[in-house]
Design a protein around this ligand. Sequence first.
Ligand code: ZN
Ligand code: ZN
Length: 281
Amino acid sequence: MVDYLANTEINSQRIAAVESCFGASGQPLALPGRVLLGEGVLTKECRKKAKPRIFFLFNDILVYGSIVLNKRKYRSQHIIPLEEVTLEPLPETLQAKNRWMIKTAKKSFVVSAASTTERQEWISHIEECVRRQLLATGRQPSTEHAAPWIPDKATDICMRCTQTRFSALTRRHHCRKCGFVVCAECSRERFLLPRLSPKPLRVCSLCYRELAAQKRKEEEEEEEQSVGSPRQPAYLAGAICGASSGDDDDSDEDKEGSGDGDWPSRVEFYASGVSWSSFHS
Ligand SMILES: [Zn+2]
Ligand SMILES: [Zn+2]
């Protein structure tokens, strides 16, 4: 399907349409060999609540954004290279169905589809694209993933000390390492997590102890091994910084409005009707 659609007029038109829907807020998406394979609305679990987001599956990237106007205007574009993606199916609960997790080293989050069939379509299409991308680039599937943030509503008390009760005055914070919801007291430390940010990030007390111990161990090993070679890998330099870097700048899109309500649960895979395995022919 990719080969069949690549370099076709219809594919170029579809990609141009996506670009224009994001307007100036988006990146150029057209690239030689890039094919738009499908699109649809998924519900993304954000920090405060679950929100509809538009998703576009290309053969090499997954693009999503918030919906400003039904179908024709999107913003807060995110682009995820598929070779970095791992999917994890999540079990059904009474409140939450058809969910799975999209995991990358930088960010992991939970989405859900409108039906079991749609969920299956999304997962199999994405996984097929990931497989092909890995094959094409010769990369190994990534094994390190950012922890997804536990939604605010999931807990009224700090998940570390289990003492502090959150309120309008007592803010929730998120540990960037484990994703737990913690109080200010339990997340005073900052640690450099190079995969996530060039700046030290808020971590909970438990993660801080583990990270610091791990860093000490790595430094000791380094000292034993190397005499004369560079002292420290760049990514460890200045790993610890006690000072607060200020407030959490929380998940980008959480502040974004969205066209709540009137969105379609329409999913379209341009490969529909063609068995996915015809990909290989
Ligand atoms: Zn606490
Ligand atoms: Zn933590």
